[in-house]
Design a protein around this ligand. Structure first.
Ligand SMILES: C[S@@+](CC[C@H](N)C(=O)[O-])C[C@H]1O[C@@H](n2cnc3c(N)ncnc32)[C@H](O)[C@@H]1O
Length: 300
């Protein structure tokens, strides 16, 4: 059966939409467990898990500001529709000139609505910042991007998350993964980690090296809570050696997944994804069948 996956309004490279069903089937979550996502990115994983209580964190302040703006009622789905209708018309008229005007405006004032606009009409829905903290993704060259149907789709994505945020106990925090993981050392939590893959995407908020990976492993290994780590296993050229070395104490679940990250075909490689967990997998299946009943929420 194909399970419906809710798609969030902000896109990001490395978004785990296709892995959501597999992740859902293998998490270890009880009613009073805090869902902790130190690398939230688009938030697609936690937003589909629908925990009662959650900490969503990321070092990218614009993602966190976007969701806090919804939480604090500074923006809502009505405002989003209005904004995209007006800005979409300007884009249609002035094309790339208008995209770069909004990009400049965003880099000066950091409005969450401008962030959403740019994210939905930039090249490939990417998020990338330079050393001066400036959003520098080029235009996606679709002046008619904000059609009525496309705006409605985005508005529905905002509505869903708005409803979840206002009926759950969810926090959005801009901080490094170390602070997030350490903050739940003495609480009952499930930690889902999806860090940048070493050497794949690098920008000001999104760089990752062996030292970061080692630190993550150290923190997760000494935290008593169950965790799941998303990482890559292999592609046709290389194998992720850290799975057997650094993460050798974990159990592994695999899934093939396509990444569309580049303009040219050679960058679009098939990648075997891995989920690593520190608990026996049969435990997850038992837990999930119970929790699944409690967490059902209608996704329209
Ligand atoms: C691969 S993306 C997460 C994708 C997300 N799971 C999804 O499906 O949309 C990695 C995220 O980690 C964030 N990040 C990078 N370094 C970080 C750090 N040191 N601490 C916390 N977040 C970090 C990036 O800003 C990015 O949003």
């Amino acid at each position: 059966m194909n399970e419906k996956v809710y798609i969030p309004p902000i896109k990001i490279q490395g978004i785990k939409t296709k892995l959501v069903p597999l992740i859902k089937d293998n998490v270890l979550l009880e009613k009073d467990t805090i869902w902790v996502e130190p690398f939230m990115g688009s938030g697609v994983v936690g937003f589909n898990i629908q925990p009662n209580k959650a900490i969503f964190a990321d070092t990218n302040p614009h993602i966190i500001n976007f969701y806090n703006s919804i939480k604090e009622n500074h923006i809502d789905s009505y405002m989003v529709r209005n904004f995209l209708e007006i800005e979409g018309k300007k884009l249609e008229k002035k094309d790339d000139e208008y995209y770069y005007e909004v990009r400049e405006r965003f880099n000066a004032y950091h409005s969450s609505l401008d962030f959403l606009f740019l994210n939905r009409c930039c090249f490939n829905g990417m998020i990338r910042f330079n050393k001066e903290y400036k959003f520098n993704v080029p235009y996606g060259h679709k002046p008619q991007r904000f059609s009525k149907a496309y705006i409605t789709k985005i508005v529905n994505q905002v509505k869903y998350v708005e409803q979840m945020i206002h009926t759950s106990d969810w926090e959005f925090i801009c901080q490094d993964f170390e602070d997030t993981i350490m903050s739940v050392s003495f609480q009952k939590a499930f930690i889902y980690c999806d860090p940048p893959y070493i050497g794949r995407y690098v920008d000001y908020y999104d760089s990752w090296d062996l030292k970061s990976e080692e630190r993550l492993k150290e923190l997760l290994a000494k935290n008593d809570n169950p965790f799941m780590l998303s990482t890559w296993d292999y592609n046709q050229y290389r194998k992720n050696e850290y799975i057997d070395t650094l993460w050798g104490f974990c159990r592994k679940i695999n899934k093939e997944h396509f990444y569309f990250i580049g303009a040219n075909e050679t960058n679009r490689n098939q990648m075997m994804e891995a989920l690593l967990v520190n608990y026996p997998l049969n435990m997850a299946q038992n837990y999930y069948s119970t929790i699944n009943e409690q967490l059902k929420l209608c996704i329209n």
